[in-house]
Design a protein around this ligand. Structure first.
Ligand SMILES: [Cu+2]
Length: 333
């Protein structure tokens, strides 16, 4: 509402911008009102109860009514702030299903984006309007922070793991992207643009890129060239688990824990396989730390995510035989 005429707020360009601003304005008004009330009371009391002859102070010996009032009213207000804030927080933290993924690698001092369709960009991120977008981010060096004021999102980007932010852009345009974590000499230059386009425009932008194959296809190439496929086969005879359909499913580990095979799990399985060993398998997988680049890890993750099991009729249900197979059987899928 103010943003177009009066540049006090950045543009509102995501589904969450309005709700975040509403909470912010509520807090601002509440603080403003309290500020006015307190200062007015100080001045009025100072004048009205000033020391003068014939006016003695009478101490109050306690009043339950007053105590209850000034405890319960602020408590109620704080609970409103808490519930409202928590509601928005969970909304910002929970990416909707079926969002479109963009892999992001931050480094001193630039942003690299990999679209699952294969396009790569530096310091520019093109996205369609009205689509839920998940940015799956990691850093090649120090901590950075992905900050798009117009979307009202800010998320730290850490080396050694993925952090995820999501947004749904609501207005076409070009918006600032900042690094919001001091990350060295050229931190202030670690900026970029998020370009929000109409879906049709976005489609033509996508197809305008070089035909380099999708990220998952790149990942498949990496998968084969690094020899992952010698252990991870598309049947149950491999020395490693069959990765078909593993993404998003619970995985039973050797130590009895069950974890969800999300992006971070797959990433850790590649870079630090000994940390979470799948139940029924030996920890024989070598680490690929230092062998694969962050871009390649992203491609591998995208490839493994793309491995959806073909719908199998009862007749085609694989028959489990051999030691690896019976072990694979213990996995929860
Ligand atoms: Cu940075």
């Amino acid at each position: 509402m103010f943003s177009n005429t009066f540049p006090l707020w950045p543009a509102r360009a995501s589904s969450i911008s309005g709700p975040v601003d509403a909470l912010f304005i509520f807090l601002l008004m509440l603080c403003g009102l309290m500020c006015i009330a307190i200062f007015t009371a100080i001045i009025v009391f100072a004048v009205r109860y000033r020391r003068r002859p014939g006016h003695e102070a009478i101490p109050i010996e306690g009043s339950n009514a007053v105590e209850f009032t000034w405890t319960l009213i602020p408590a109620g207000v704080f609970i409103i702030i808490f519930v409202w804030g928590a509601y928005l927080y969970f909304q910002e933290r929970t990416p909707p299903k079926d969002s479109m993924d963009v892999y992001t690698v931050a480094k001193q001092w630039m942003w690299k984006f990999q679209h699952t369709e294969g396009q790569r960009e530096i310091n520019e991120l093109h996205i369609p309007i009205g689509r839920d977008v998940r940015v799956i981010m990691t850093s090649q060096d120090v901590i950075h922070s992905f900050y798009v004021p117009a979307f009202r999102i800010k998320q730290d980007v850490l080396p050694g793991r993925y952090t995820i932010a999501w947004f749904r852009a609501t207005a076409a345009g070009t918006y600032h992207l900042f690094c919001a974590e001091y990350c060295g000499t050229n931190h202030s230059g670690m900026v970029g643009d998020v370009v929000v386009m109409e879906p049709a425009q976005y489609q033509s932008w996508l197809s305008g890129g070089q035909a380099m194959g999708s990220l998952a296809q790149t990942g498949q190439g990496v998968f084969d060239s690094l020899g992952c496929s010698t252990c991870h086969r598309m049947d149950t005879q491999g020395r490693g688990p069959n990765l078909m359909g593993v993404y998003g499913k619970p995985v039973l580990l050797e130590d009895g824990r069950t974890v969800i095979a999300d992006e971070n799990y797959i990433r850790e399985s590649i870079l630090n396989p000994a940390v979470k060993v799948v139940a029924g398998f030996k920890p024989i997988m070598p680490t690929f730390q230092g062998i694969v680049s962050e871009d390649q890890v992203n491609a591998l993750v995208a490839y493994i995510k793309s491995l959806n099991p073909q719908p199998v009729g009862p007749a085609e249900t694989p028959t489990f035989k051999g030691p690896a197979a019976s072990k694979a059987d213990t996995r929860q899928r």
